[in-house]
Write a protein that binds this ligand. Structure first.
Ligand code: F6R
Length: 589
């Protein structure tokens, strides 16, 4: 999961590459590098760390170049493993995974070739160099034929210094014409500017950038004509404004995002298509990863409770290894912010092969998932920069709950309403600021627990994931009733426990679990819409939320939990926008 960028044109390449790489840091930020050619010599600058580490390379001279920001998969975080990688006259950057790298590498080694890194990417450079007979495109096509796995590559050849060749297989790649030059990148924001014309490559396509011309072709070198992508320059342009971190800004955007998602649903005829497909379906499977998986759990809970429609939710990375049963009439719904999550895409491809209809709920318009799915609904979360998903989760819930409400009315069932949810989200953010007083209990804790029942458990799981990923504190999300079956043994004096309590019918049951934790010395914090529970002796502190239909309540109850994670992360001196070891777009399995 890395970001790649390339430029060839009239400007100096280095600043274009560095500015582009900043926009791709969400894809990984372990190490960074660029290669710049002045037509005679190619210079490579690589560093461990974030893009700012190569700021001094802005002055490098050369109008052709490629760049890379890395999230380590094969090989440690070292300068040697950072991209670009070189073999003889070939230099490249790669995003993806070469699954047969070990085999290909040993074949190269048998020919006497030496490797400078532990990466699978360097193998591609060796393959291309071995295939090179005077035409870079030919060599790239022949090398790609040998690769099993995923790749988006941008390749330079010292013998053809005015050419940049790219290829795509299961990793996103766009090419285009920007101001005074040609560009290639993993994502639009890296190269978007006024007047740019961008094209998205499909799997198995290649592009040659040369002079002022871009030629896109397939593996037989047959030219492929494409429509330019539509993109919103404003959306791509993100700034912090008065905020310290994007995560905090993105939490504040939740009410707007909910409104935009609702408006999109109201005007988009795809929404009624989606509901029609759902109506004709006998068997629903939902696949997603991480936070999006928690949206899937919320979706399942609401579909079953409101519409009495059964659904099964799968962690996408498990789906294909469970030999899933895809019956006639199966609808597979994939949920994803990025639309590039490799595990989710693999599950979708498998379900399609087995004959399922695939519907996607996705945030990124030109993503691989949006392209693969038979029916697509877009969430309107805008660009999410912080690695930890916040507003995209709430937007996903807005979409899935709207589907549930529509399905209920189609089936003649009564559904609770989402009316006024944007205003309530605004109030939830204001009330959620109260978690700042909880932070001292969490920031120094050895571990923490998030509990709830039913929908409250879904919110608890998400709250726990958020806390662990950005504060690095061990945390578990748990069904409140399950605590006494093992996890209670971990509760010690002052262990922080967060209980979510938005369903009156099971409130006392959740309070039983709260009492069990409290009587073992836990400090219990409550997120609820019922004032009467806030004053209970077991409760150290609480956040009181606006009332909301319980079945849709995670859309609100998660907000104080997102804020708790954010403030705890900051208190521990972390950068909540860029948690260690993680990346925004997980394009590897
Ligand atoms: C957690 C988080 C991840 C993503 C997961 C799926 O805050 O962001 O768990 O939810 O990697 O990503 P998408 O939604 O892009 O498929």
């Amino acid at each position: 999961m890395c970001g790649i960028v390339g430029y060839l044109g009239k400007r100096q390449a280095a600043p274009v590459l560095i500015d582009g790489l900043y926009q791709l840091e969400y894809r990984g930020y372990d190490s960074v590098g660029i290669a710049v050619s002045d037509g005679k010599k190619l210079k490579i600058i690589k560093k461990i760390g974030r893009v700012k580490e190569i700021e001094t390379a802005r002055d490098e001279i050369g109008r052709v170049g490629i760049g890379h920001t890395r999230w380590a998969t094969h090989g440690d975080v070292t300068v040697e493993n950072a991209h670009p990688h070189t073999c003889r006259n070939i230099t490249l950057v790669h995003n993806g995974i070469v699954e047969n790298a070990a085999k290909l590498k040993s074949e190269c080694e048998k020919r006497g070739e030496r490797f400078a890194s532990d990466t699978d990417s360097e193998v591609i450079a060796h393959l291309i160099a071995a295939e090179y007979q005077g035409d870079l495109l030919d060599a790239v096509i022949r090398a790609c034929n040998q690769i099993v796995g995923s790749y988006a590559i941008a390749v330079l050849c010292e013998d053809e210094p005015a050419r940049l060749v790219c290829a795509r297989m299961r990793s996103p790649l766009i090419v285009g014409r920007a101001k005074d030059g040609l560009v290639v990148a993993s994502d639009i924001p890296a190269v978007a500017e006024e007047g740019a014309v961008l094209y998205s490559l499909k799997d198995g396509e290649f592009a040659v950038l040369e002079g002022e011309k871009i030629v896109i072709c397939n593996a037989s070198r047959a030219e492929v004509r494409k429509e330019p992508m539509e993109f919103d320059l404003e959306e791509g342009r993100v700034d912090l404004g008065p905020y310290r971190h994007f995560m905090r800004k993105e939490i504040d955007q939740i009410p707007i995002v909910l409104r935009q998602s609702r408006e999109e649903i109201e005007r988009n005829f795809c929404f009624s298509d989606f509901c029609k497909v759902l109506c004709q379906t006998e068997y629903i499977q939902i696949v997603a990863c991480g936070t999006a998986y928690h949206s899937g759990l919320c979706f399942q809970a609401a579909l079953e409770r409101v519409c009495r429609i059964p659904a099964e939710v799968f962690i996408a990375s498990e789906y294909r290894y469970m030999d899933p049963i895809v019956r006639r009439g199966t609808l597979l719904i994939a949920i994803s912010q990025s639309g590039e999550t490799a595990d989710t895409l693999a599950a979708v491809r498998l379900a399609k092969r087995k004959g399922a209809h695939v519907a996607a709920i996705v945030n990124v318009k030109y993503s691989s998932l949006a392209r693969l799915a038979d029916t697509v609904l877009f969430t309107q979360a805008g660009r999410e920069v912080a690695v930890a998903a916040t507003k995209s989760f709430n937007a996903q819930l807005m979409v899935v709950y709207s589907i549930v409400a529509a399905m209920a009315s189609i089936r003649g069932k009564k559904s609770p309403s989402l009316r006024g949810i944007e205003g309530k989200a605004l109030r939830a953010i204001a009330a959620g600021e109260g978690v700042r007083s909880w932070v001292p209990y969490f920031a120094g804790a050895k571990s923490s627990y998030f509990i709830g029942r039913g929908e409250d458990m879904c919110a608890a799981l998400e709250g726990s994931l958020k806390l662990k990923e950005i504060s690095y504190l061990p945390s578990e999300g748990y069904a409140a009733g399950e605590l006494k079956h093992g996890t209670l043994a971990l509760i010690e004096p002052y262990t922080p426990v967060v209980a979510v309590l938005m369903r009156r019918d099971i409130a006392e049951k959740t309070m039983n679990a709260v009492h069990e934790a409290y009587s073992r010395g836990a400090s219990v914090f409550l997120v609820t819409c019922f004032e009467e529970y806030c004053g209970r002796k077991e409760i150290t502190a609480s956040v009181l939320l606006p009332k909301c239909p319980p079945v849709f309540s995670p859309i609100l109850s998660v907000i104080p939990l997102q804020l708790l994670a954010y403030y705890t992360s900051v208190a521990r001196g972390n950068n909540p926008d860029k948690p260690r070891n993680l990346a925004k777009s997980v394009t590897v399995e």
